[in-house]
Design a protein. Structure first.
Length: 236
């Protein structure tokens, strides 16, 4: 079974994971496997990747966030603008960005475990890079840009994308992220990266659940996926 558009899993994570476990218990092959999905559901996996040497964005991991916490986070991260995201989230839903001159209203809270990062100007100036891998092999790249007046690159907020041919050094950085993942048999992986002020690419997310794999920008994606799935069926 190939995971599809389970875009509300972040609101019902345990129900979603229980369903995958139930399918696997019936002998149904799930791609990517439930143990991979469970590991990938909470973005704290980024902390584990950082420990393994992968370049990541400096991040504060918090049980919740309020207005005073926003200012404290800016001080701790040494920045005048932060982005706050849900630890279990997708599609930038429930995401917020604040500056010292545009703080949340009194009484505001995230209301859930969250991650706080410094805003990266490169997201707007350069874009976010996506590297799609099938069976551990690079398939195609995508450059995602934010729409006018926004910093989020999702189409829901006016973002757009184009095919991207990565430079060898950038591709090697993405390949190092895949190599650092604690799994050997991934059908697919989508590595999203953005450039740090140092010029180094840092992983924003390693999408292993039900990522959109950008078939328009990867015209051979269907064939590559079919071949990888067929190999699993024949091998099983």
């Amino acid at each position: 079974m190939l995971l599809g558009t389970a875009w509300d899993y972040q609101d019902h994570p345990e129900d979603f994971l229980d369903r995958l476990d139930a399918l696997a218990a019936r002998g149904i092959t799930v791609c990517n496997p439930p143990e991979v999905v469970r590991w990938n559901t909470n973005k704290r996996y980024l902390k584990r990747l950082a420990v393994s040497g992968v370049a990541t964005v400096p991040t504060l991991w918090l049980d919740d966030l309020d207005g005073s916490g926003v200012l404290a986070a800016m001080d701790r991260l040494g920045t005048g603008r932060i982005v706050a995201k849900r630890q279990v989230g997708a599609g930038a839903l429930g995401q917020h960005s604040f500056t010292r001159y545009a703080l949340p209203e009194d009484g505001w809270t995230m209301g859930c475990p969250c991650m706080v990062q410094p805003f990266l100007p490169s997201i707007v100036n350069e874009g976010e890079y996506t590297f799609v891998f099938i069976d551990g092999v690079f398939s195609h790249g995508v450059l995602k840009r934010a729409g006018a007046g926004d910093y989020r690159i999702q189409s829901l907020y006016g973002g757009y994308e184009a095919a991207y041919v990565p430079q060898p050094a950038d591709l090697a950085t993405a390949e190092a992220v895949v190599a650092a993942l604690p799994f050997d048999d991934l059908l697919y992986a989508r590595i999203d990266m953005a450039r740090l002020p140092s010029g180094e690419l840092a992983v924003m997310e390693a999408e292993l659940i039900e990522p959109y794999l950008y078939p328009v920008q990867g015209p051979h994606l269907g064939e590559r996926l079919a071949q990888a799935i067929l190999a699993r069926i024949q091998g099983g």
